[in-house]
Design a protein around this ligand. Sequence first.
Ligand code: CTP
Length: 399
Amino acid sequence: MSSAKREIILGIGGGIAAYKSCELLRRLQDLDFSITVVPTPSSLNFVGSATWEALSGRSVSTEVWENVEQVKHVSLAELSEAIIIAPVTADLLSRLAQGRAEDLLTNVVSASKAPKFLVPAMHPNMWLNESTQENVRTLRARGFEVMNPDEGRLTGDDSGIGRFPETSEIISAFLTYIGSHQDLKGKKLLISAGGTREAIDPVRFIGNRSSGKQGVAIAVEARNRGAEVSLVLANSNISDIAGIETIRVETAQQMHLVLKQKMQNCDVLVMSAAVSDAKPSTSSSEKIKKKEFNSIDLVENDDILADLSSAANDSQLIIGFAAETSNIEESGREKLKTKDLDFIYVNDVSGGAIFGSDLSAGFLISSDGISTRIEQTSKAKVARMILDNVVSRLSYANG
Ligand code: CTP
């Protein structure tokens, strides 16, 4: 169900944020882009060719004088659907605005008719410098998309405007710019993520190892595909993400209340949160002293997913999650049936893997009986596969 690979160029300017583009490259690969990295010669002071070659799986050149017979700047320009340059320095902005062509990257840019997306990162004084601002205006007027840098802490002690934006923000803006598939436009997705906590006393709680990364990856992918996304996030240290309504909760009961209220107005529920199955029957307002801390009396929490699924209308899609250490596929099938779900993604957590990781492995099982084994891959890719299935189910229901 994955779409064909799309060829793009990732240009790297000579700024310290070059190291952050290693992550950007990885996340773009997760979205099935095939990427040729073209660093400027000075950027190799920050990240060397070997890193780019290993990460992209392709050879890397910085000059037009290497492999001259291939006329690389023209072939690369013709091959690529888009050029993204991240980071772009004040010097590179100036050279691009002048239309200079002295290294491979500036040659490729001047030979290419593809959309060009620039991510500047530099010291605030350099960004706010009138020459830089003039160059940005010139490039924008010529059709380059130039992102505004973020505000915040910079490499030294300074802070201000000039930070390299978060990878997810860059990807979202880039996809919007080059026209990614907006196949969830008009749909409302309600996503739970993270792990609930149940207080024992003001200091201790019953919790779990969920980081919230998988649910957040689904929320980001859904937003990129045009959906209106509400994320109910329990105890995760992931910060709020632009374009996603994030409601933070602590306990299972708080999560249940928010989801119940939001459920009336959503097309798809993705229940990826790890909900505590039980809570202490009483929560002490004072810290319990060691001598009295012998046992905890538990009461069961409501099964949120089962409750929401039983009250859902026929057009709402319900996706559940499970984390299993044995009989992974069978347990998934059973939960899919008992909780009346459209899909379930069962994480294989044997060996302590998955929690907190960027990788996942498991089975995606659908109510029509199809089960797909997912070998270890990024959580972003799992998000995409789940939403590909959601889109086909929604279009089947509408068609
Ligand atoms: N879930 C929920 N409310 C609960 C427990 C779980 O909504 N109180 C949801 C989870 O978010 C997940 C799915 O149910 O989408 C499966 O959770 P899991 O804990 O694996 O299922 P349980 O029914 O609790 O089964 P087990 O006995 O394996 O713990």
